[in-house]
Each structure stands twice: as structure tokens, then as C-alpha cells.
Design a protein around this ligand. Sequence first.
Ligand SMILES: C[S@@+](CC[C@H](N)C(=O)[O-])C[C@H]1O[C@@H](n2cnc3c(N)ncnc32)[C@H](O)[C@@H]1O
Length: 174
Amino acid sequence: GQQRGLEQGWPKFGLEIENGLRDFDEVFGRSAPRTFEIGFGMGHSTLEMAAAAPDQDFIGVEVHKPGVGALLSGLVSQKLNNVRVHSCDALEVLRDCVADASLDRVLLFFPDPWHKSRHHKRRIVQPAFAELVRSKLKIGGVLHMATDWEPYAEYMLEVMNVAPGFRNLAEDGR
Ligand SMILES: C[S@@+](CC[C@H](N)C(=O)[O-])C[C@H]1O[C@@H](n2cnc3c(N)ncnc32)[C@H](O)[C@@H]1O
């Protein structure tokens, strides 16, 4: 299924980082609320969100090829046309392919937690990450992060609470 997804889906939904800065209105053939998902894994939540919101557009980025194949396979079988996929480092895509102030939402769901303290520097959430995301979000845009590892949630708060330009939208501020 994943191989078939890559073969059938990539020509239709795949985007190449080498093409540089993209006009996503042109890519999607319309102007719609735009979500950028970092590390979609096997693409389960991407598929669900895209199917539930056909009036919105989604750009998903994942380094893990089998996951890319799985999402593409789902897009083909569900006949969805509101998702485009990059198969590479999401931060490079943000930097090189996404115009400033052009995204409504950035999603980071269950990023690799890197439990050991000597590995914390590998965590994707860093001050430079927050600044990159801020520059790509429209004014009023949302960065939505989720984790099931409490120390990572606390670490996310530490980074985001001092990141310029962000306000915590969680009801209890946590
Ligand atoms: C723990 S998984 C979570 C996957 C998915 N978001 C979910 O909730 O099931 C983290 C994913 O992020 C991907 N990832 C890590 N760093 C990335 C990066 N810089 N760019 C794109 N994907 C990345 C990994 O390959 C992995 O699939």
C-alpha cells in the first residue's frame, strides 16, 4: 500500500524542496485556510483533518518514507485533493518553500521526545524553531503542539512562554 501510494500519489500530491518558495494558492488552485503539519507520522490525523475540512488546505511534511507512502495511499483511496506532501526536513521546507506570514496553523503532534537530557538539544522545539514558525504564521495564526510526555510538555511551555510573538491559548495557561 505504501509503495503504491508513493507511485500513484507522489506525482499528484508530492512537493519538492528544490522548487524553492511556493505560491500555495497556485499549488492548490485556490485561496483557503492553510495548515502546515510537521512530522505527520503515518498521516492518520492528517487524513482525518483533511477529510473533515475540505474547505481547508494542508501541507504535511515527514522524513520517514513509509509514513509518506501511507499518507499518499490514503489520499488516493479517499480521493482527497486538499493535501500536499513533502518528504524531507520540515524546518528546511518552512525556511525555503513557505512565504513569511502565509500560514494559518502549524501543527506539531507528538514530536520525538528525546528523553535523555544529553539529547534535549535534538528536540525540535527550540527558540529558533519558535521564531521560524512565528515568521511563517499570519498575524493571529496558531501553533498547535501536543505531547503525551509530561516533561516535554513542561519543556515546550518553558520555550514558548519566552518566545516573542506568542500567547498561550490553553485555558489554564498550561
Ligand atoms: C513520534 S512521531 C509522531 C507522528 C505523528 N505526528 C503522530 O502524532 O502520530 C514524530 C514524527 O516526526 C518526524 N520528524 C521528526 N523530525 C522531523 C523533521 N525535522 N521534519 C519532518 N518530520 C520529522 C518523525 O519521522 C516521526 O514520524
